[in-house]
Design a protein around this ligand. Structure first.
Ligand SMILES: [Cu+2]
Length: 96
């Protein structure tokens, strides 16, 4: 019985710890035209940890889908946007 419990834990542990893909919404100041949108999209598409990117100009938001093993944290994400000439006013993350 005890062996069964240990075996079950060993099987379940990696599943519980497995990273999940995330949806990230970045609120960005200064995104005003199609050129802004395309340059942000092009930059994000070059990254190996981004599975998808869409810029919503009306809302001033960058929507990202991150891969499960992505290491793109908030400070890194903010730096990418700021280095492109915009400012970040908020970041929201949701598991997919
Ligand atoms: Cu622009």
């Amino acid at each position: 019985m005890r062996i069964l419990v240990v075996a079950a834990l060993l099987v379940a542990a990696p599943l519980a710890a497995a990273p999940t893909p995330e949806a990230v919404t970045v609120k960005v100041n200064g995104l005003v035209c199609d050129f802004c949108a395309r340059s942000i999209e092009a930059m994000m598409k070059k990254r190996g940890d981004v599975a998808g990117v869409h810029v919503d100009l009306d809302k001033g938001e960058v929507h990202l889908r991150l891969k499960a093993d992505a290491k793109l944290d908030d400070p890194t994400l903010t730096k990418l946007i700021v280095d492109s000439g915009y400012s970040v006013t908020g970041i929201e993350r949701k598991p997919l």
